[in-house]
Design a protein around this ligand. Structure first.
Ligand SMILES: C[S@@+](CC[C@H](N)C(=O)[O-])C[C@H]1O[C@@H](n2cnc3c(N)ncnc32)[C@H](O)[C@@H]1O
Length: 282
């Protein structure tokens, strides 16, 4: 009891110098640019790491990250990322996919070997929503080779995503028919959770990947979702990233970005064709 009270009231000195050191490391490692108003958030998320490591304060933590990070760099970047997501977030993208893009690709006979990348997939709701949309809108989908790559920097969310298990509350808003078709309700010890159907899981490969590092993928993608990831990056970092996306996607193929993001003054290799939907033009 005493220990629990002690833990909750622990406070650490957090200097400007500590904050600046940490944001330099974050920016270098992840591309995420932390503004001044993120200071309290950084403090809150990292005090847990200090306690877990039994460190005396932020000077010692900065020293560890700068000189001998080992596994701590992963815990650090996991702690800093913001993973907010949901099934069918920004539904207009999924409507576009099922009502316009898939019928077009079907007509052009471009569904064979369809490759989709969910870059910054968080806990998986985005790639599973893509998989549901593809399965619902491509007739006889098993006759085609359709695959989704889902990647994220944060190792915790990738693990969670690949388990395919969610609290039932995460899928509450979905139509009953979709729930019945794509999710198994947990029973007994698993009551209150749902598991994504195997047909969806089989379409998706989950991998940890830092978008700032080299990408191991050889082939090009037909569709890229990178939504609500670059809002945390500065413009020069965004410019480099979208240039790399342009190199990694087929000509005339589609890129979906988040509701508060745009490619103005970032790249001229994509053209806006709908609400936060772009097509590669060069
Ligand atoms: C707010 S979530 C967005 C999830 C999903 N795309 C959506 O729109 O619902 C942003 C995700 O980007 C990931 N992320 C941030 N920086 C990254 C990087 N450098 N490489 C890969 N993923 C990154 C975070 O870990 C986080 O899971």
């Amino acid at each position: 009891m005493v220990a629990a009270t002690q833990q909750k009231t622990d406070t650490y000195q957090f200097t400007d110098r500590n904050f600046n050191t940490l944001r330099e490391i974050v920016s270098e490692q992840t591309g995420i640019s932390l503004s001044d108003h993120k200071r309290d958030l950084v403090y809150g998320r990292l005090t847990r790491r200090l306690r877990a490591l039994g460190l005396s304060g932020f000077d010692a933590y900065c020293d560890l990250l700068q000189n001998n990070p080992g596994e701590e760099m992963e815990h650090f970047t996991n702690a800093i990322t913001t993973n907010l997501t949901s099934f069918f977030r920004e539904r207009h993208h999924f409507d576009y996919l099922s009502q316009e893009l898939i019928p077009d690709l079907l007509q052009q006979n471009r569904l064979q070997n369809l490759r989709v990348w969910s870059a910054g997939c968080s806990t998986g709701e985005e790639p599973y929503s893509i998989a549901i949309t593809l399965r619902e809108s491509i007739p006889n989908i098993d006759n085609y080779d359709v695959r989704i790559l889902a990647t994220d920097l944060d190792t915790n969310v990738v693990k969670q995503a690949s388990s395919g298990i969610y609290a039932a509350s995460r899928v509450e808003g979905l139509p009953k028919e979709q729930l019945r078709r794509w999710f198994l309700k947990g029973k007994g010890d698993n009551a209150g959770s749902v598991r994504v159907n195997k047909e969806l899981c089989d379409m998706i490969t989950f991998r940890q990947l830092n978008l700032m590092n080299a990408w191991p993928m050889q082939g090009k993608f037909d569709i890229i979702f990178c939504r609500n990831v670059v809002i945390y990056f500065d413009k020069p970092t965004q410019a480099v990233l979208f240039d790399r996306f342009a190199n990694q996607i087929q000509d005339n193929s589609h890129l979906f970005i988040g509701h508060s993001e745009n490619l103005n003054k970032v790249t001229d290799r994509f053209s806006l064709i709908g609400k936060t939907i772009y097509r590669k033009i060069r």
